[in-house]
Unconditional design. Structure first.
Length: 455
């Protein structure tokens, strides 16, 4: 990693990067006031703005987006006639989930014996912002940044509430760029340089089932009184076939992934599937996680086990996440999901549904000059390895907004969220080696891309 000046500079900056990531991870910046106070997100946004100003960025601003969050924006002017590259990350994070399940405190960056740095947001995506800073600092120390750089750091990406998308649509010149690097994806695995070519879209809904005016004694009324939780369970079960495949009436679920494959043994290890437990669904693992829809029950409200009483629930509620592959429209998938739930709700129970988030799928043009520039940069950062293209089952709704606003822009997705990072789960972590290598790759990409535009 120290064979060239860029790599040597990045290596020398790693202690500073760790200190800065420690400061940034310490903010409990969950963009949901039911989980964390708004002041935590505001503090994180101000930290990001301060870091941009310290690097010489101009027009640094905290943008008040329509969903109530703040995105941080800044511009670093490059040479005259140089192309413009937009660098993206987000500072908001997922909730800590069960704090007691974390080996070390979730909002205290901690290096463990395996050498990884643990903390919520370390990989997703506060580490992505640090990656951008490292790349720019390395360039400044070795001749200067050869392009105009715009940075946008979102404040509510994990909530899927679309604040930055709506803001960008209302201010279409703000994020205009020749190339866009989304630092919110990850290598297929540690040490294998990867760009993400596709993202599944997403729709998130809440389903409420009501059957009674109030809870009833299960001994006196059980057997004849309609149980809201039992009705909800029936509805949720209808969304899965016998083999575990997602089944939504009218929604195709048979596409095949043609690219890089994901061996089942590797997936079981990455996902930490318990011994003897089967993987649900049909087709290859890549088919299931990159090319087909997948529904997940991410929360249920009903009687808690602690303090449970022998009574029949009058109401029950669930939140569902439906991942939608490229080629399927998320809005149409939402309509089909609503219709499926209405059709499969038993006993004429009253069912109501509310959509709380949506984003379209994304597919990149991997034949663009930016991909050639990135492939060359990855060879430098990862000697002996060729850049791979893969899908990602997650969603980044902003990608489609940017593609629609700037149809000529070349969009690349890289980042620190490889499988060992365990993003969205307890004990999230980042590999410092990946942070270092990807920072080197991004710096060389900017150099290569600037040269490609001069030809």
């Amino acid at each position: 990693m120290t064979a060239n000046p860029i790599a040597k500079t990045v290596a020398s900056l790693m202690p500073r990067a760790k200190a800065e990531l420690t400061e940034l991870v310490a903010f409990q910046s969950v963009a949901d006031e039911a989980v964390a106070p708004r002041s935590e997100c505001e503090a994180a946004a101000n930290w990001v703005a301060g870091a941009l100003r310290a690097e010489g960025f101009q027009d640094v601003a905290l943008l008040d987006t329509p969903d109530g969050s703040q995105s941080v924006y800044g511009v670093l002017p490059g040479p005259a006639d140089a192309p413009t590259v937009l660098l993206y990350a987000h500072y908001d994070v997922q909730p800590m989930l069960v704090e007691s399940a974390w080996v070390t405190p979730p909002f205290q960056l901690t290096e463990r014996e395996d050498g990884r740095w643990y903390g919520r947001g370390a990989a997703d995506c506060k580490g992505g912002f640090i990656m951008h800073l490292l790349a720019l600092r390395a360039l400044k120390a070795n001749g200067g940044v050869p392009v105009t750089v715009k940075v946008i750091v979102e404040g509510s990406e994990e909530q899927g509430t679309g604040g930055l998308e709506r803001y960008a649509e209302a201010h279409p010149d703000l994020l205009a760029a020749d190339a866009i690097v989304i630092g919110d994806a990850g290598n297929f695995r540690v040490g294998l340089p990867t760009v993400t070519a596709t993202l599944r879209g997403m729709t998130m809904i809440r389903v409420t089932v009501d059957t009674l005016e109030g809870n009833l004694h299960s001994g006196q009324f059980g057997g004849a009184a309609p149980d809201a939780l039992a009705a909800l369970i029936r509805v949720l079960d209808s969304l899965r076939a016998e083999d575990g495949s997602t089944v939504i009436d009218g929604l195709p679920a048979d596409k095949v992934w043609e690219g890089l494959q994901y061996p089942e043994a590797d997936f079981r290890k990455d996902a930490k599937v318990l011994d003897g437990v089967d993987l649900p669904g049909a087709g290859t693992v890549a088919d299931r996680i990159w090319a087909r829809p997948a529904v997940t029950v991410i929360g249920i409200d009903c009687h808690p086990v602690a303090g449970a009483t022998p009574s029949i629930p009058a109401t029950a509620r669930a939140q569902l996440s439906l991942r939608v592959p490229p080629g399927q429209d998320a809005a149409e998938a939402t309509k089909l999901l609503f219709a499926h739930i209405e059709k499969h709700t038993p006993w004429n129970a009253r069912v109501s549904m509310e959509q709380v988030g949506q984003g379209q799928a994304f597919q990149a043009d991997t034949s663009s000059p930016a991909y050639t520039s990135m492939a060359e940069a990855m060879r430098i950062a990862y000697p002996g390895e060729e850049m791979q293209t893969a899908g990602m089952g997650g969603s980044i709704p902003l990608c489609n907004t940017l593609a629609e606003l700037y149809p000529r822009a070349e969009i690349l997705l890289i980042g620190l969220s490889e499988p060992d990072a365990q993003i969205h789960a307890v004990n999230e972590s980042v590999s410092p080696q990946e942070l270092e290598r990807l920072s080197v790759a991004e710096a060389h990409f900017l150099l290569n891309y600037a040269r490609s535009k001069q030809v």
